[in-house]
Structures are given as C-alpha cells and as structure tokens.
Ligand binder design. Structure first.
Ligand SMILES: N[C@@H](CC=O)C(=O)O
Length: 311
C-alpha cells in the first residue's frame, strides 16, 4: 500500500529517459544505468520514463519492469524525483503497468487514453478512474499529445480531469494566444506540462508548471539552467526560446516533415547532438533512425546558435 500523504504539485524541467538500443535491437541496460546517473548529476528537476521518446510503445512487459526498477532504484538512492510512464495503447496492459509502477512509489504515473478506437468523454473518465484505483494513491498525469487518437481541447480536458481528482497534471501541446486563454479558463487547477521548446512562453502566460522536455534531450543541464532562469529573467528566457525554436525549425523538424522520421527519432537526434550520454540515434525496429553523422554535423551548429545551453 502506498503512502496517501499529500504530495507537492510537480513542475520544472523533467528529462526524458531515452533507451540505448544495440545493433541487435536489445536495450543496453548498462548504458541505461550510466544515462540515469548522468541525468541525476545534471541536477534536473526530475527524470521520467516511457514517454514517446522513451519508446513505451515498443517494449515487452519484462523490459518495462526492468527499466522502471533501474530508474526507481537510482533515483531513490539520490533523492531525485521520478515519474513513470505506464502509457500503452491497450487499456488492460496499461492498467497492469500502472499497478506495477505504483509499487515503485514514483512522484506520479503518466498515462495516455487508450489509443486504438478513440474514447468518448464518459469512457475517458471511466478509464482514468480505473487507472487511479490501480495507481493506489500515486497521482496521475494524463499525456494527451497532438498525435493521440483523440486530442482533447482545454474545455473537454478540464471536464474529464475534474471528474478524477487523482489526475494532477496534463502533458499536452500548447497553442496560440486563444489556446492560452482557454487553458487559463478550464485547466487552472492542474499542473500543465508544455513542450520543452515552449516552456518560457508557457511560464510567461502563467499556464505551464513545467515540461517533459525535448530541450532536456538536447542538454539536460542547459535546460535546467534555462528553466531556473525563467523565475528571474523571463525576457532572457524568451530570447533563448526564440533561438531554440529557430534551431528546431531549421535543423530538427525537417527530419519529420520532409523525411517522415518519428518524434522519438527527433528526440534521440537531439540527445546525440548534445552528446552528453551513451545514447545514440538508434530506435528499435520498425522505426527508422536518423544517421549519427547528422548528429555529429549538427553539434557545432547547436553550440554556435545556442551557447547558453552548453555552458
Ligand atoms: N514528447 C516527448 C517529450 C520529449 O521530447 C515524450 O513523450 O517523451
């Protein structure tokens, strides 16, 4: 049984646990441990497993258990907050992942809405209630990305989450000024996690609690410094955000828009550009990986355009 003591709201810069994948498609667990230690040493606000970038959609249940056990053990030993992604398109597999994640006592558990036939609002509430039961006192974060089978607008998200008090946060894509107006109106009680490269805007708008961050994929330490800077000098943080977006638009997004690579491939490219740990650009079959030579080519450009992220 997990402690039911109230937990502080969570926010800040959360680094994505990326999977080191060997040439035979196995997960390199020795490198995974090394990666976790590097992220802990970078002083990030927390580490989360099994987002899209963590390839939750492409691992066995035994692998899921090994990844989470390793993350929990190392984070607990260093008092680093961690969130476990129990996400899985199949609702029954996901609920079982939630149950097993809860035993490890993470700060929160991330879930998606089951993702083959899109859920209506009542079904979404039923699913989240069942997930909350399985989480046994550990709060939930709903991950509702733009590529989900059903993407809920702020008003619908607000209604669904209001029915399940265990949902304390939502990881989602932000939008234009009108999206921020709606987010303030309908989602004010929840910790919202916006994409890393929009965190300064989300903070300035008074909406974002933090990010499960692609900028932390590029530079965990740099993303942490940038996040902290938002408290004292939001204008400088917004200036860096503009340069991050320019870099992403010019050098990263074309790999998806022109060549059809997945979001996970882009995040692994960012990590290989940052060159801070033992993770290559390699994804597991059947997904295509961006050539490591591209990462090597972009290292000099990233450091020239975003020196603040590479102190
Ligand atoms: N959307 C990503 C976040 C990092 O880039 C994920 O889910 O892991």
């Amino acid at each position: 049984m997990n402690a039911k003591t109230p937990r502080p709201a969570i926010g800040g810069n959360w680094a994505s646990l990326l999977l080191p994948i060997a040439a035979d498609d196995s997960i390199e667990f020795d490198k995974l441990g090394e990666e976790i230690d590097i992220l802990i040493d970078a002083g990030v606000d927390g580490i989360y497993s099994n987002g899209t970038a963590g390839e939750f959609h492409n691992q066995t249940e035994a692998e899921f258990d090994s990844i989470q056990a390793m993350l929990a053990e190392r984070c607990k030993a260093s008092s680093t907050p961690f969130v476990i992604g129990a996400c899985q398109p199949d609702p029954l597999i996901m609920l079982n992942r939630v149950r097993r994640a809860a035993v490890l006592d993470p700060r929160a558990i991330q879930v998606i809405l089951p993702d083959w036939w899109p859920l209506n609002d009542a079904e979404a509430v039923d699913f989240l209630k069942r997930a909350a039961e399985a989480a046994d006192g550990i709060p939930l974060i709903l991950y509702n990305p733009p590529h989900a089978k059903r993407v809920l607008a702020p008003k619908d998200l607000g209604m669904v989450c209001a029915a399940v008090s265990e949902v304390i946060g939502i990881k989602l894509a932000d939008g234009d000024a009108s999206w921020y107006v709606e987010a303030r109106l309908y989602l004010s009680g929840l910790s919202l996690f916006v994409p890393g490269h929009h965190l300064a805007t989300g903070t300035k708008e008074g909406v974002a609690a933090g990010s499960f961050s692609n900028v932390a994929c590029l530079s965990p330490r740099g993303a942490q410094t940038w996040t902290v800077s938002m408290r004292n000098d939001i204008d400088a943080a917004l200036d860096l955000e503009r340069r991050i977006c320019t870099f992403m638009d010019a050098h990263i997004v074309p790999f998806r828009q022109e060549f059809g690579y997945s979001n996970a491939a882009l995040d692994k490219l960012l990590s290989a550009i940052g060159n801070w740990g033992p993770v290559s650009t390699r994804l597991r079959f059947p997904y295509r990986s961006i050539d490591m030579a591209e990462a090597v080519r972009l290292r000099r450009i990233a450091r020239a355009e975003l020196p603040d992220l590479f102190p």
